[in-house]
Design a protein around this ligand. Sequence first.
Ligand code: MN
Length: 287
Amino acid sequence: MRLAVFDDWRIGVVSGGGVSDITEALPGWSPRLGPSAVNELIARFDELRPDIQRRVAAQTPRPLGQVRLRAPVPRPTHLFAAPRNFREHQNEMHGPLSGGGGSAADLGFFLKATGAISGPSDAIEVPSGTGRRFDYEGEVAFVIGKEARGVSREHALEYVFGYTIVIDATLRMTETQREERTMRKSFATFAPMGPFVVTADEIPDPSSLRLQLWRNGAMAQDACLKDLIVDIPGLIEQASAILPLQPGDVYATGSPAGVGQIQPGDELIVEVEQIGRMVLPVRARAW
Ligand code: MN
């Protein structure tokens, strides 16, 4: 199943080119829940699935072109990300701008502020006049389905609800400007997510997922999750040993090689065949 959030934080199931509104399958739903409602729907998904399927069968889907797609999980409790989790990307990130050595195996996770999340066709807004370099990093992300505390890698995939795509946009450091990673990666719109969450039953082997990213029409990233340094079960084992992962939490698995600069006027296309594609303009921030 492909889950989407659209318009005024409605929750939908996507099939073909249309979306069916299943928001009210969530008992006690009210507009007050806003962008957080989907976290609760994910937590109760197994129980709600029959009613969701009934609602999908009973309506004519609205064409996707008639709705505004939002991030499919707009307000997770945590937005985790793996630093340096592909060997070739680790190799391109040497030198003084990199913040030191290591990989996700010893560095663990970092957090992006959830307020940086934006939708799958929203612009990435780059602050102007900074003289600094901003980069894209295309990443496959997984979404947690139930609370995960101290989970071993053998059981880890049982805690995955589904998969989506995240761009981990980043302000690079300089020799003298060395801000915290969390702040450099948390500018508003620096975590485009989407277009959908595809449930895990449709992707039995996530290591087969292949991510491709084009900048201004030129392919820049092309990699398969089988080349992760720490695979998805390993990331869950590592993070769930630190704190309980919550239903709806999103974890970006790390960028492959081919990271590059973004500037106003650019266009990024990122695609994972089984998940979908995002087309993201880059603009100068207006504020
Ligand atoms: Mn990254």
